[in-house]
Design a protein around this ligand. Sequence first.
Ligand code: GLN
Length: 283
Amino acid sequence: MLKVKDIRRYLNEHLGEQYPSSELRSFQNWILEFLLDYSTADALMNAEKTLQEETINELERVVQLLVKSKPIQQIFGHAWFYGCKFSVNEHVLIPRPETEELVDWILKDDPNNKSLLDIGTGSGCISISIAMNSSVNVSSLDISENALLMAKENAKTLKTKIHFIHTDIMSDGVLNHLSQYDIIVSNPPYVLESDKQVMADNVIKYEPHLALFVPNENALKFYLKITDIACKTLKPGGILYFEIHELKGKEMVELLKNKGFTQIELKQDMQGKDRMIKALWNV
Ligand code: GLN
């Protein structure tokens, strides 16, 4: 007989060796919310309540998937980002807190009444969050049709109007799909192939490699191409924003300078790592 208060012990027994206790606490909160619709306060008040058989079955199922390192966001099918719930699956990157900081930066720069293109939109978390918090005219692009399906679902659930573009930015005809924009933003793949060895199983086994990895010898390939696209599709006075690899700050400043961008600003994330960059197109 398992009670509400036993969930933590159950998680400890099955996952204690695999995950740190901070993560177990977070799993516990997800499980209470998703299986029982309980807040942490509800869980305390109902600590002595016996779990029903179907709840126990569901708990076992979730724990078995966590043992296999499946990300909890994929198990439950959603992730929180900038205050909203986004659906996620194996075709999109799980939204990261660093990316919330990028969204926050753009919103603080007041994108109202401007046009914005999000390149490599994935779940749509960047462009949908900006659209929800401003009156910006948004286009979101991705190479993956499956990612676009997810982004479209999120745009619908979160009641935002987005123009979706399915194309490969590395292809020759990409400009035919685009127009002119005030803002371009992108969080393209930037994790080095060589980092695969040291990355956690939950990322390596379950998140889309297409959205994550770049060859070590050409680590900035998407940044180069997107910057070229920005030179052709940003209006004068337009701004380009990127999320970047923490070790590529200086190289990114050089890249943008060489392409003719000005007022380049590199910004650190909450962990103090170079994580975002913005630059002005005034040509
Ligand atoms: N920030 C992501 C990570 O740490 C990577 C995102 C990306 O490659 N664009 O896994």
